[in-house]
Design a protein around this ligand. Sequence first.
Ligand code: DGY
Length: 321
Amino acid sequence: MKKPLIYITRKIPNQFIAPYAEQFEFKCWEHENEPVPRSVLLEQVKEADALLCMLSEDVNEDLMKAAPHLKIIANLAVGFDNIDIAAAESRRIVVTNTPDVLTETTADLGFALLMATARRLIEASDFVRRNEWENWAPYLLAGTDIHQKTIGIVGMGRIGQAIARRAKGFGMDILYYNRSRKYQEEAELSARYVDFHTLLKQADFVISVVPLTKETAELFNAQAFQQMKNTGIFINISRGAVVNEEALIHALKTKQIMAAGLDVFAEEPIRSDHPLVNLDNVVALPHIGSASTETRTKMWKLCLENVIAVLEGEDPKTPIT
Ligand code: DGY
């Protein structure tokens, strides 16, 4: 009997698929660092029963039409804005993501980015590398304090809560804004629920942890940046498209806000000639929120467990719907 075919859009370490190789056929795009070309993907999914994909793939209706046997789409990410969920539902294709396993790692990165931006770590490191350090000086590369400041967390899901736990350790006042109020969590985290405008006005650090949806697209626009403090710092570890980047560039250039730490961009990969990358008051990272070796391993394994479960007629561990 023909083995069910699982197509994986990046090179996957062989030891992860070896335990399943007897029952399933695996085909993978052979590169680890390059996404599969669209034409190759459309060809490869024709016979596939399962697709294990990355956030770099646009899993739209056309792709699903090209894949009549598809039973599951397993996304190697917690975010799933790259997948047309309605189209998948109408075709009864299960969609899964990788929540939980990446929460703490992503919160670590969010906090690291906040600290690097506030204390100008990248600028300072570049300064030493360029051999520009001639003298110690009282305000040389002076940044801004983090401890006992106010953090405004936009999106109090799992990662938002993990950020709040870290902020609590730094003695910060914690404000949050979320679609719905989270009474139990706010009590545990000593966080205060406020409306979006109050958060923007009062927070020293505004951190975006919201998923990208119709409601959150360009949530951080010119009006939002105008309401932030001039000393405020904006951090984004969710999705680039929740920000109007033109407005952010303007806010940073005109010192409406002090700085930004960005792990995500409207268009990825962002190029080095992009205005955001060239501002001194921006720390830009290449979307590495969940990129620790331990967590990426857990994400691969969870995706495979979801795929195998569905192909064996069982419920996946982490379905989206
Ligand atoms: C996610 O999981 O959605 C992250 O953005 C990937 O690092």
